[in-house]
Design a protein around this ligand. Structure first.
Ligand code: FAD
Length: 317
């Protein structure tokens, strides 16, 4: 079922969902299942699986370093199919512009269609670590909006290069990213919202937000989006702080601000066990307020570890 259908069917009740990252290449999938298992009692209607960009690795060849390009966490579509099969739950693979040509994206979408995957999250991806700015791959898309258009073309039976007359059409429900604190490259929140509106006009059916720790930013973002004419569901993405280093890491990686009161609570902690507890309590409060504020789904960034999400869900759902 589509994410938007799950939301409609819930009839105003807030749903629980979460996002996982594929294991590193060479690791067993069992650890992933061990982290999903405890969360299934909260009935997630869908689970997102991220896609990682390719990166450079250096291989020692007789004393000389050889630079190779590789994807360290492959398997997004396979994991989606495995989870769907094992838990009978909808899965949402993240599809990136970065690192893929349009042809490769078409093949990936065809795989998803054959596997009965009905939702995809269309994202641009970040620049690679050696790049200052994002650069599309050879024959790839520049912006998520162009990817949304490709997916919607496929939904109409229009494949690349008009090579075939399709009689079996895909029918993907498409999610896109939104940024309550604006995307780092956007010159202003207003212009970022204009870009978000373009994605929705191109056919995006719902938005999932970047993580935030101050709910007023989400509520203001939803209000501004509605005023801008964006009327699709806007799902808040949230994550509990788990280690003291998150105070520096999260703002750096996700370009977000942390509230002063959260920072001072974390700074008072003597060890990461205490930090984890502060993170859980903050996230419970955030979740309850978002629920009261009418959020359609609470989407938790689990980063592959579920024990704190389980504690939060137990108090909230
Ligand atoms: P876009 O919507 O393409 O926007 C990128 C920037 O370009 C924005 O600043 C926008 O304002 C601007 N822009 C858009 N269109 C135009 C235009 N026509 N002209 C000029 N400027 C324009 N990354 C991963 O690698 N893997 C994942 O699985 C993943 N999952 C994510 C899930 C969520 C919910 C979120 C919020 C982010 C996720 N990301 C993921 C990170 C994401 O790839 C980065 O934030 C990326 O930098 C932007 O992606 P986007 O889809 O928002 O890009």
């Amino acid at each position: 079922m589509k994410v938007t259908e799950h939301i409609e069917k819930a009839n105003g009740r807030t749903l629980f969902s979460f996002e996982i990252i594929p294991p590193k290449k060479g690791k067993n999938i069992q650890e992933l299942y061990d982290n999903i298992d405890p969360l299934m009692e909260f009935n997630p209607p869908f689970i997102d699986v991220t896609t990682s960009r390719e990166e450079y690795v250096y291989v020692d060849r007789d004393g000389l370093l050889d630079r190779k390009i590789t994807r360290m966490r492959p398997g997004t579509v396979g994991i989606c199919a495995a989870i769907k099969h094992k838990y009978n739950v909808d899965t949402v693979p993240h599809v990136l512009c970065g690192g893929f040509s349009k042809e490769e994206t078409e093949y990936l979408l065809v795989d998803c269609h054959y596997l009965g995957i009905e939702n995809v999250m269309a994202l641009r991806g970040d620049a690679m670590s050696h790049q200052k700015y994002f650069e599309p791959s050879n024959g790839g898309h520049h912006y998520a909006c162009d990817l949304v258009k490709q997916i919607q073309d496929l939904n109409k039976g229009k494949y690349l290069h008009d090579v075939i007359e399709a009689d079996d059409k895909a029918d993907f429900c498409v999610g896109v990213a939104g940024y309550p604190e604006k995307h780092i490259e956007a010159p202003s929140l207003k212009s970022d919202l204009k870009r978000l509106k373009e994605k929705v006009e191109a056919g995006a059916n719902y938005v999932v937000t970047q993580m935030f720790f101050d709910n007023s930013k989400y509520f203001a973002f939803v209000e501004a989006a509605r005023q801008a004419g964006i009327n699709v569901p806007i799902i808040p993405g949230i994550k509990p702080i788990a280690i003291s280093r998150h105070l520096q890491m999260l703002p750096q990686v996700f370009k977000i601000d942390l509230p002063e009161s959260l920072i001072s609570e974390v700074e008072k902690c003597k060890n990461n066990k205490e930090v984890r507890q502060v993170g859980i309590e903050w996230c419970i409060q955030q979740s309850k307020e978002l629920m009261e504020g009418g959020a359609p789904v609470l989407h938790y960034y689990s980063m592959g570890k579920s024990s704190n999400i389980e504690k939060i869900a137990r108090k909230v759902f």
